[in-house]
Design a protein around this ligand. Structure first.
Ligand SMILES: [Zn+2]
Length: 309
């Protein structure tokens, strides 16, 4: 079974050839069929009529933006070859006049909007939000400190002085449901201490580490358990700010949990029956992630016997 999670499923042709042509990008931005999605402080413009949708607007407002806005970043083409861009307008203190260009639209928190807009649009939101955030955090060359310049429609920054090239980051995170027989492990992070929220264990992959190795290391660190077999399930872009969640099932070969008190406030075994109740929101004192999160699907696949294990 293949999964297209929220924040995946972006339908655009990202135009790898076209985005290398700076003159073509300028022309596309002047076309009547160009569609631009403004973000204010990383919140996308969203309209809510019968259906919530990303609120695309034309190019006229671009001329009124101060140069510090950084310019539009190219997202790609739809099937009809309409070009799409995103632009960070955070330098505009009050963006209400830009929101008004799409009747009824507002700048909204991306996580809340993502569950309401169609799935393919959540993929576009992920691409745009991660890219704009990267530009806002990487304006200056990390080698020589000079302000670098966006190239390839935003898929690179180049330093005009030392010529270093800098590419947008995506940070891989391993997220895993640990199981052994009829039990699985869920934990509560220190940040959620004393809540009822339990989820899969997860952690950033280190440099020079395979996914399987990262899974085994994280489980050992957070729960003190040894893991044998690791199987891949699916992945999910997570644009807060720019992670790729790599979902796995991990078979424990030891039983005794030793909680890493620095990171986790609780880690424990749950029976399959308990997990099934939790999925239906009927397990007293325990809440697990909803379908927006890949963790939900890792848990569900194991509990319903559809995991590849
Ligand atoms: Zn430089």
């Amino acid at each position: 079974m293949s999964y297209t999670h929220i924040f995946a499923g972006n339908p655009f042709d990202r135009g790898d050839q076209e985005r290398r042509d700076e003159e073509l990008l300028r022309q596309l931005l002047r076309q009547d069929n160009v569609r631009i999605l403004p973000f204010h402080r990383l919140n996308p413009l969203v309209k809510r009529e019968s259906q919530a949708e990303l609120a695309w607007i034309g190019h006229d407002f671009l001329d009124g933006l101060p140069p510090e806005a950084g310019g539009p970043k190219f997202l790609g083409f739809d099937v009809a070859r309409n070009p799409y861009f995103a632009v960070d307008i955070s330098v505009v203190e009050d963006p209400s006049h830009i929101a008004a260009l799409a009747p009824g639209a507002k700048f909204e928190d991306g996580r809340a909007a993502a569950t309401d807009i169609p799935g393919d649009q959540s993929g576009i939101l992920a691409q745009a939000r991660s890219n704009l955030n990267w530009h806002s955090q990487h304006r200056f060359c990390s080698v020589c400190g000079i302000e670098s310049k966006s190239q390839r429609g935003g898929l690179m920054r180049q330093c005009p002085s030392c010529k270093s090239q800098h590419f947008p980051r995506t940070d891989p995170v391993a997220i895993m449901l640990v199981y052994r027989g009829d039990k699985c492990v869920m934990g509560q992070t220190v940040a959620r201490k004393n809540s009822t929220f339990y989820s899969c264990l997860a952690g950033f992959l280190d440099q020079g580490e395979a996914i399987e190795e990262g899974v085994r290391r994280e489980v050992r660190e957070e729960a003190g358990l040894e893991v044998g077999r690791v199987t891949y399930h699916s992945s999910q872009p997570w644009p807060f700010p720019s992670s790729l969640m790599i979902g796995c099932h991990a078979e424990a070969i030891s039983e005794e949990i030793m909680v890493d008190q620095g990171e986790m406030s609780d880690v424990r075994w749950f029976t399959k029956d308990e997990v099934r109740l939790a999925l239906e929101d009927r397990l007293e004192g325990v809440n697990i992630p909803g379908p927006i999160a890949i963790a939900h699907h890792l848990i569900k696949a194991w509990a319903t016997g559809t995991a590849n294990i």
